[in-house]
Design a protein around this ligand. Structure first.
Ligand SMILES: *Cc1c(COP(=O)(O)O)cnc(C)c1O
Length: 394
């Protein structure tokens, strides 16, 4: 094979290195928990979406093992041919009951859930109104649908109204927003979006990946948080974050879920969640239903950490949730901050352009119910020490 055929990739990789944008992906040598061994070094984990500490929970581990003994591992076919097993159906029923939705369908991931849902709801000749900061999987789902995509300013309901007034020639219309925005930790004004959708008779979809298991009573999600049951057409979620496993879900009206079972392409043409994943998710729903204590601990940990960071003099941006950005400005400073935290035994990710706007680089702190008070206090000491050394705080 002629190596020249991929020479352009070599150039692109070298460019990434030259610009300091090459992502060196770290390897975890321990279970996903409050503390990790990363590249052989013990660290406090402030990076994961494991909000409730379920990724290594003994009940989830046990449920996965038992399900393997009963059903094996792989589904062996796509859901619509011979890949729907009893635990899949049971999980969908349990999730619908938990969330207070008419029906639920599960997909392989939150990413797949967006690719499944959006093109099944709208197509050529339709229009989608999409928050400017929506997640990449929403953007890709919108593109796959071939509908016209109109971005509105982030969380700006007035701008959304203006955009709706400008786009009059479309039959079907869909408004899409993230529930919790993953880089800033702010919450979509879903109550106001519902009002707009109802006023104009437009379909409304929310992707609650960072709100599933986090927002609402006992982690029932953003629709529950705002008390909007039955008024949001489609709620996409993930089982890969607070639920501690891997998978995606769509909750909504029965006819929407029935339609997805007939037409959603990742459901029809890609195999389902594995049996141990499905069983572990069932155990996670059981834990969430049995107690709200874990969700409460997550929020009290996050409030403690945010207030302590602010007390030290850090700028925590627009955070309203357990996602806390520590705003630093330029990307090289954020990189250096993250590197020094790691040396001090704290694993927290630097995020810069193009994931966030230029000049808005930050450290993103992810809180978890798994953290003890000692974990948080040790991490704060490292933030204080590195912040002073780099002249970010005094
Ligand atoms: C993380 C995330 C996803 C992807 O979820 P996976 O289950 O990891 O595929 C989708 N949408 C949003 C808004 C997310 O934050």
């Amino acid at each position: 094979m002629d190596a020249n055929r991929t020479a352009y990739l070599e150039t692109q990789l070298q460019d990434l290195h030259a610009q300091g944008l090459f992502n060196h992906i770290r390897t975890i040598d321990s279970p996903m928990d409050a503390r990790l061994v990363v590249d052989s070094q013990p660290v406090i984990n402030l990076c994961a979406n494991n909000y409730l500490g379920l990724a290594n929970h003994p009940l989830l581990r046990e449920a996965a093992k038992q399900a393997i003994d009963q059903y094996g591992i792989g589904p062996g076919a796509v859901r619509s041919i011979a890949g729907t097993m009893r635990p899949h159906i049971e999980l969908e029923h349990r999730l619908a009951a938990f969330k207070g939705a008419e029906a639920v369908i599960t997909l392989q991931s939150g990413f797949a859930a967006n690719l499944a849902t959006i093109p099944a709801l709208v197509g050529r000749g339709d229009v989608i109104f999409s928050d400017q900061l929506n997640h990449a999987s929403i953007i890709d789902g919108c593109r796959l649908s071939r509908a016209k995509i109109v971005a509105y300013a982030h969380n700006d309901v007035d701008d959304l109204r203006r955009k709706i007034a400008e786009e009059t020639e479309y039959e079907r219309r869909l408004i899409i927003t993230d529930g919790v925005f993953s880089m800033d930790g702010d919450i979509a004004p879903l109550d106001q979006l519902v009002a707009v959708a109802e006023e104009h008779n437009i379909l409304l979809m929310v992707d609650d990946a960072h709100g599933e298991g986090v927002l609402g009573r006992g982690g029932r999600g953003i629709v529950d948080h705002f008390g909007l049951h039955g008024r949001v057409d489609v709620e996409v979620g993930t089982l890969s974050k607070a639920f501690g496993v891997v998978g995606g879900l769509v909750a909504g009206r029965q006819n929407i879920i029935d339609w997805l079972r007939q037409r959603a392409r990742p459901f029809l043409f890609s195999s389902a969640m594995s049996i141990p994943d499905t069983a572990a998710c069932l155990a996670a729903v059981g834990l969430l239903q049995a107690s709200e204590e874990r969700v409460e601990r997550l929020w009290s940990n996050a409030a403690f950490f945010r207030e302590a960071l602010q007390g030290l003099g850090f700028d925590t941006g627009a955070s309203q949730t357990p996602i806390i950005p520590v705003m630093l400005g330029e990307a090289p400073l954020a990189q250096e901050f993250s590197r020094r935290l790691f040396e001090a035994g704290v694993f927290a990710m630097a995020i810069g352009y193009p994931t966030v706007a230029q000049g808005k680089a930050r450290i993103r702190v992810m809180n978890s119910a798994a953290h003890s008070q000692t974990d948080l206090e040790e991490a704060l000491e490292a933030f204080a020490q590195v912040g002073k050394a780099l002249g970010v705080i005094r």
